[in-house]
Design a protein around this ligand. Structure first.
Ligand code: FES
Length: 117
């Protein structure tokens, strides 16, 4: 599930809604953090992009049926919640607060300090 927005965190503009495709996620980098943007049922979701198992970008994986599958060893995660669905994925993905304003996709980093790479 997308994290709640934090009134004290800045919003970072990362893409336009027109760039997003429900079949093809995109990856962006914000202040050194790689984040995947996923369009699902008309809503934008922002999840950490690096697979927790090893180094692969989930935004280069296969999006289908509300899930993203890692392109390297097929870990699967729920896009709406970041929930890890099989053991190889190791843990749930962090979800970032995201909003769309006038067609521009914005997100907040807002990660716990221990998760910041
Ligand atoms: S790198 Fe994603 S499942 Fe191995």
């Amino acid at each position: 599930m997308t994290s709640a927005a934090d009134a004290n965190s800045p919003w970072h503009e990362v893409a336009t809604l027109a760039q997003l495709d429900p079949d093809f996620p995109i990856g962006v980098e914000v202040q050194g953090h790689r984040i995947g943007l996923f369009l699902l049922d008309g809503a934008v979701h922002a999840l950490e992009d690096v697979c927790p198992h090893a180094y692969a970008l989930l935004s280069q994986g296969f999006q289908e049926g509300g899930l993203i599958e890692c392109p390297l060893h097929a870990a699967r995660f729920e896009i709406s919640s970041g929930k890890c669905l099989n053991e190889i994925g190791q843990r749930d993905l962090h979800c970032f607060p995201v909003r769309v304003q006038q067609g521009r996709v914005q997100l907040q980093l807002q990660r716990p300090a221990k998760d910041v790479a």
